[in-house]
Design a protein around this ligand. Structure first.
Ligand SMILES: Cc1cc2nc3c(=O)[nH]c(=O)nc-3n(C[C@H](O)[C@H](O)[C@H](O)COP(=O)(O)O)c2cc1C
Length: 339
């Protein structure tokens, strides 16, 4: 083992221990993409895969977990969206399967959710969008946090990864393991965040074109062709309808989303729907648009969610090779620290 590899292993030990994996790299859940094949490939490669439950019913999630278990004996997690109407049933499904880690995404967990997950014996990982919320989540008993910057693909917050990491890691990294996400494309960046106190990292975009990923060939081709500046955040067209921005590759689908926002804003004006329902309609829109691109391959009208690191995705390759490359780059960077 080189000095760099030894340093990397030491810096990843806490995160890897927490996840039960060899390396402290999580593949962030990606709706439609993070199903059994990608998740199992990630865990089999020594990282930590996470199933994206998205809008799945409890029965579908049950089948997906069983399918993943058939492909890997290693630990993996399940990502649940807090606003899912069957959240507690989904938690029970995870519990019956003995899933070790549940990641809660999409806003602060509703009352009783953390307790329900912990009662199954699973560890809870939450997204912390700001320092004050991170402290609150730690007080509520979360076991680990993900801090994700606006460079990421999919739904994003307003602050960059580098700023979140500087603001939050010095304050919270000694309390719970913190995984840094958003815009990570190479191992040198992983080494940097580990040095700042992160227990590990979470990547999404970098894994979409893994050979094992079931994403449509058109979706993968769009990733391989794109550069960082093609991955743009959606705009909010009506101040009364607060939509969470989504980062995706620029295409005609962006205009379809603008039209959808107008339609939903009009229903709000007419009193046909309440705000919560309006926001749910927007989320259903994204789920459908993402499916259209990932599964059907319509990368023109669907949503090609991608982070700014998409420019560093240059070919389709086995997941184990991507992990090996990231680890080599990270170890190389740490090796140089001696000089
Ligand atoms: C296509 C796509 C779909 C995503 N879907 C979800 C999701 O359903 N739930 C979630 O919590 N995060 C989702 N994400 C975010 C990823 O889990 C991960 O945090 C993010 O991709 C990390 O940033 P990066 O893309 O810069 O590596 C998605 C990201 C992408 C690219």
């Amino acid at each position: 083992m080189t000095i760099g590899q030894e340093r990397l292993q030491r810096r990843m030990a806490r995160g890897a221990d927490f996840l039960g994996s060899e390396v402290a790299i999580m593949a962030g859940a990606m709706s439609w993409v993070s199903e059994r094949n990608l998740v199992a490939a990630m865990s089999n490669a020594g990282g930590f895969g996470v199933i994206a439950c998205g809008a799945m019913t409890p029965a579908l999630l049950d089948a997906e977990i069983a399918g993943t278990k058939a492909l890997t004996a290693r630990p993996f997690g399940v990502n649940l969206i807090t606003m899912h109407p069957d959240l507690f049933e989904l938690i029970a499904v995870c519990g019956r399967h003995g899933v070790g880690h549940v990641v809660l995404a999409g806003g602060l967990p509703p009352k009783g959710a953390l307790e329900a997950i912990k009662a199954t014996g699973a560890k809870v990982i939450c997204f912390a969008p700001a320092l004050s919320l991170a402290k609150k989540l730690i007080r509520s008993g979360v076991d680990a946090l993900v801090i994700e910057g606006m460079e990421a693909g999919g739904h994003i917050g307003p602050v960059s990864t580098s700023v979140l990491a500087q603001e939050m890691l010095p304050v919270i990294a000694d309390q719970v393991p913190v995984f840094v996400a958003g815009g990570i494309g190479r191992g040198e960046a992983i080494a940097g965040y580990l040095d700042m106190g992160a227990a590990g990292v979470q990547l999404g975009t970098r894994f979409v074109c893994a050979t094992e990923s079931i994403a449509h060939p058109n979706f993968k081709r769009a990733f391989i062709r794109a550069s960082a500046r093609d991955a743009v955040a959606s705009v909010q067209i009506d101040p009364r309808l607060p939509v969470i921005p989504v980062r995706a590759l620029k295409n005609a689908g962006g205009e379809l989303f603008t039209a959808k926002q107008r339609e939903v804003a009009q229903s709000l004006d007419e009193g046909a729907v309440a705000m919560a329902e309006a926001q749910l309609q927007i989320e259903h829109y994204w789920a459908g648009a993402l499916r259209r691109a990932v599964i059907d391959g319509d990368v023109e009208h669907g949503s090609v969610m991608a982070g700014q690191s998409v420019g560093m995705v240059t070919r389709e390759e086995p997941l184990a090779d991507i992990i090996a490359e990231l680890m080599t780059e990270a170890a190389g960077a740490l090796e140089k620290r001696a000089a």
